[in-house]
Unconditional design. Structure first.
Lengths: 95, 405
């Protein structure tokens, strides 16, 4: 199975490296590189043949509307906040 | 009956729940039938507490690959006693009631989007609710993004005592004592309106073959009678116990982010949600939820869940001692735990078993699922004088069965 990791996108050396001055900047750059690198590696898209994991029920944000409804029913009665239940299980696009 | 507040909040949730149920049946199944029973048991230090039995039954089907239809029924069979802390004068009273809810939806699904509509009608002795909702979603950039919009509107009716003589004098308002005359021509009762509009846009992004993220917002506007008509609040040093008094309007806002991440090496996943919340009554909250799920063998799925919620109180909230000693800060007062500063912790686990026929073509079903769940909800009130402080925790026990064809 193809598992697209992003570990081969390493950050470039930064000014101040070795003196501890560029650590926050370096960390930000690494995070940015990981994010953009991950995206560019997949060219912003995940191909249909790469969606095997995403199609599994355990990867659905709203796999079971009935269960979600029961959970929300309990918590809406015991918490003063609403929202975040999601309006559509996104991501798979398997059809 | 004391259920109205429970019922009203429950119905508030119906809009969002219907939004979720309005989603078409999954394209991978042509039909599904599911039944579930949840028991919510909340013991009390001072009385019998509250127990709610919540059965659900739903069917859904996809016709001609594009038309998705679903229908279902759920109920709340509630019994118990009113919370002790705020019932200083009347003492805790026993109650029982049943809420019924029917819902149905239809939708059209195409390769890169869909639209669906749903309706629900719920009723109990002192509360009636009609909900309509619509959901649309569209896939973008080769199905890597999904933009979804959902809207629902509640036309709710609440039974209340006739307080016409106390118009403009909230301290003179009396609480409802029984639902026996609700929704009749009995002049001692009136029917109040409550409209609820909920709008929820979200954007999902398939970031990698093992990571899906979603961000969104929830906006809800309530206009109408929002108090518990049975609830009395002890205010001032003269032992006056007027009916709970809440503002007519409430605007609620939430921003949320969700994710699902796969661990194929472990045959598992993690899903999570974080939410920030604010509203026009000055209730602010942050909520986090995480679920870890793992396959065990070919026919078993186990998951564990942790949930945390922390909120501040409404601008007009005071605990029972402060209401009595200092009086209310204005024309509004409440004994609602959900408007008080508090925290909730939830921990639990779920076990599901699947049965799939070896020879699918020769079987009358594609999959059967049997599941059980236990969760414990721990309450952390701000003080011993907070609403419902006699109730420290609740057990949530659930059994579910589904057949997919």
């Amino acid at each position: 199975m193809h598992l697209p990791f992003i570990s081969d996108h390493l950050p470039l050396p930064l000014a101040g490296e070795g003196r501890g001055e560029g650590k926050p900047l370096k960390l930000a750059f690494v995070l940015f590189a990981l994010l953009v690198g991950g995206c560019s590696m997949s060219k912003w898209t995940v191909k249909p043949h790469q969606r095997e994991l995403l199609a599994d029920r355990i990867m659905q944000l709203d796999a079971d509307p009935q269960e979600r409804s029961a959970e929300e029913h309990v918590l809406a009665n015991r918490e003063g906040a609403i929202g975040g239940t999601g309006t559509s299980g996104g991501g798979c696009g398997c059809n | 009956m004391q259920l109205a507040r429970t019922g009203s909040i429950a119905i508030l949730g119906v809009g969002l729940a219907v939004i979720g149920l309005a989603r078409p049946a999954r394209a991978t199944n042509t039909a599904e039938g599911a039944a579930r029973v949840t028991m919510f048991d909340e013991p009390s230090d001072k009385n019998i507490g509250v127990r709610v039995i919540h059965p659900q039954a739903d069917v859904s089907a996809t016709v001609a690959s594009t038309l998705a239809i679903s229908a279902g029924y759920s109920a709340d069979v509630v019994s118990g006693a009113t919370p002790a802390t705020f019932d200083v004068v009347s003492a805790a009273t026993k109650f029982s009631d049943t809420r019924n809810l029917f819902h149905a939806s239809f939708g059209f699904e195409q390769a890169d989007g869909g639209i669906s509509f749903a309706g629900a009608y719920g009723w109990e002795n002192d509360y009636k609710s009609t909900v309509i909702s619509g959901t649309t979603h569209h896939d973008l950039y080769e199905h890597n993004f999904t933009l979804a919009l959902a809207y629902s509107h509640n036309f709710d009716r609440v039974c209340d005592a006739n307080n016409a003589a106390a118009a403009g004098l909230p301290l003179e308002r009396v609480a409802l004592t029984s639902s026996a005359g609700c929704f009749t021509t009995n002049p001692a009762y009136v029917t109040e309106k409550l409209s609820i509009d909920t709008f929820e846009p979200s954007l999902s992004w398939t970031m990698t073959p093992r990571l899906v993220v979603q961000g969104g917002a929830t906006i809800q506007i309530l206009d109408g009678f929002q108090a518990n008509p049975y609830r009395k609040v002890l205010v001032g040093s003269q032992n006056r116990t007027p009916q709970e008094s809440l503002p007519q309007f409430r605007q609620r806002y939430a921003l949320f982010a969700r994710l699902a991440y796969a661990f194929p090496e472990l045959r598992g996943s993690i899903t999570g949600m974080v939410r920030g919340y604010d509203d026009s009554w000055a209730v602010r909250a942050i909520t986090g939820d995480v679920v870890g799920t793992k396959y065990i063998g070919q026919a078993m799925l186990v998951s564990v869940r942790a949930h945390y919620h922390l909120q501040g109180g409404a601008s007009f909230y005071r605990n029972s001692v402060d209401y009595r000693v200092f009086g209310p800060p204005g024309q509004y007062w409440t004994g609602d735990r959900e408007l008080s500063p508090m925290g909730n912790y939830l921990l639990g686990g779920k076990l599901s078993f699947f049965r799939r026929p070896q020879q699918e073509r020769s079987s009358w079903f594609a999959e059967m699922e049997l599941g059980g769940k236990y969760e414990i909800l721990l309450y952390r009130p701000e003080s011993p004088f907070s609403p419902n402080a006699d109730r420290k925790f609740a057990h949530i026990i659930q059994a579910a069965f589904a057949t997919r064809f």
